[in-house]
Ligand binder design. Structure first.
Ligand code: FES
Length: 87
């Protein structure tokens, strides 16, 4: 499990191992636009302000992944204990 922090509000939200970031955020009333939900289309691309994503999509290039400044919230997770998202 890891925590996601909403950059604009500071709210800290725990992401359990069996749920995606988008599904947990939706339960909290934060609706991220999604389409494929498989890391292919790029619809759920979101800025990362702090922390290191565990990229599990097939949308970003290797160079884009290494910048760790954007991630696909439908499928990617975190390597760090906390991710601060540009939301
Ligand atoms: Fe398609 Fe996330 S919804 S990449």
């Amino acid at each position: 499990a890891f925590d996601v922090q909403i950059g604009s509000s500071g709210d800290l939200i725990a992401i359990p191992p069996d749920q995606s970031i988008v599904s947990v955020l939706a339960e909290k009333g934060i609706d991220i636009p999604v389409s494929c939900e498989q890391g292919i289309c790029g619809t759920c691309l979101t800025g990362v302000l702090e922390g290191e994503p565990d990229h599990r999509d097939s949308f970003l290039t290797t160079a884009e992944r290494e910048r760790n400044d954007r991630m696909l919230l439908c499928c990617s997770r975190a390597r760090s204990a906390r991710l601060v998202l540009d939301l």
